[in-house]
Ligand binder design. Structure first.
Ligand SMILES: Cc1cc2nc3c(=O)[nH]c(=O)nc-3n(C[C@H](O)[C@H](O)[C@H](O)COP(=O)(O)OP(=O)(O)OC[C@H]3O[C@@H](n4cnc5c(N)ncnc54)[C@H](O)[C@@H]3O)c2cc1C
Length: 318
């Protein structure tokens, strides 16, 4: 399925576009560029393609064109489309650094024996669940495990297949967060046989359809303190702590480009073309925080960026 082209710099960029991230946004952009006759390359940090779709074991009810299909099946289809379009893909290749170089962009990362060059750069690296962090909710500052987003057993961060893999039966579960994910997953833990579920939220932002289903005596509103190692919240013991603090963009590797970012860190782009403030650099999908991020908007972003790159390449050739 995967080609491994050897990057050789021969007096200029090797690829028309390097796409970082193999979720729906990156896959869509790469497939379109290939079909338009250009030479994209796609780099993905994980050893599988599909991005967040890959960790969604449920039906993808948001996508009107794919009734009855799970997130994992959507991920499989993205991989198939890339293969059929003949896009070279580097898997297990986490891009660590990108910078402007010689009219294009140089990329370095794990799995790249030498820097890879491309005349355009597409950032499609999505988001990661925001972990409990030092100084937050009673977590001591200087806690290295927290700083790295790692905890001991019994603390789950964000939704996905790791939640589904849990055996909730008989467990006392604390859920931290006040958004849709917190309420949905609290309900899920109850449904799957948790002995008790308590949701801690400084404020509630979730949709009423979820809030109304969770019994009011399961919710604690206002400030609270967490000891993740002892697995307590406000001094109360739990078997599992689930953290739903929202999402943060994965863009640290692109700091050298000096891209404009929102207060939450998302990359600012032109909505029509996905072009960032840096000529030749595009940001698509969740990393640019589109209106209602989902598979369909990510796919659409990929197409928009591919067409913008086509227009730029053709304009340069004239
Ligand atoms: C549990 C769950 C259920 C969901 N259900 C649905 C649903 O039913 N329908 C729907 O439409 N949407 C759903 N979504 C949302 C949807 O999955 C996302 O909106 C979509 O995947 C975003 O696509 P993306 O390409 O922007 O980012 P992602 O899918 O996050 O892909 C980004 C990719 O970039 C890679 N990456 C990150 N950093 C680097 C790096 N430095 N180097 C190389 N690669 C890197 C990541 O490994 C990842 O594969 C769900 C999300 C979750 C978590």
């Amino acid at each position: 399925m995967t080609n491994f082209p050897k990057p050789v710099r021969a007096g200029g960029p090797n690829y028309d576009a390097a796409i970082i991230g193999g979720g729906p946004a990156g896959a869509s952009c790469a497939v379109w560029l290939a079909r338009l006759g250009f030479s994209p390359v796609l780099l993905e940090g994980r050893d599988v393609l599909g991005g967040l779709c890959r960790v969604n074991p449920f039906l993808d009810e948001w996508n009107a064109s794919l009734p009855g299909m799970t997130g994992a099946q959507v991920a499989d289809n993205l991989a198939l489309s890339l293969r059929r379009a003949g896009v070279p893909v580097y898997l297990s290749c986490t891009v660590k650094h990108v910078e402007a170089a010689d009219g294009g962009f140089a990329l370095t990362g794990s799995g790249l024996a030498e820097p890879l060059w491309a005349s355009h750069l597409v950032l499609a690296t999505g988001v990661r669940a925001r972990p409990l962090a030092p100084g937050m909710d009673g977590v001591p500052s200087g806690d290295a495990a927290a700083a790295a987003g790692r905890w001991t057993e019994g603390v789950l961060t964000g939704p996905g297949e790791h939640v589904v893999a849990q055996d909730f039966r008989g467990k006392r579960v604390a859920v931290l967060g006040g958004g849709d994910n917190a309420f949905e997953n609290a309900l899920y833990a109850l449904e799957k046989g948790a002995a008790s579920v308590r949701l801690y939220a400084r404020n509630v932002r979730a949709q009423q359809q979820f809030v109304s289903k969770l019994p009011g005596d399961c919710v604690t509103l206002g400030p609270y303190s967490v000891d993740a190692r002892a697995r307590t919240v406000d001094g109360r013991d739990y078997d599992l702590i689930m953290v739903f603090y929202g999402w943060e963009p994965c863009v640290d590797f692109a700091d050298a480009l000096g891209l404009q970012r929102s207060a939450q860190g998302f990359i600012a782009t032109d909505m029509r073309t996905a072009q960032t403030g840096c000529p030749g650099v595009y940001a698509i999908g969740e990393v640019a925080q589109r209106q209602h991020p989902c598979v369909v908007t990510a796919l659409a972003d990929g197409v928009a960026a591919a067409k913008a790159i086509q227009a730029r390449i053709e304009a340069r050739a004239r």
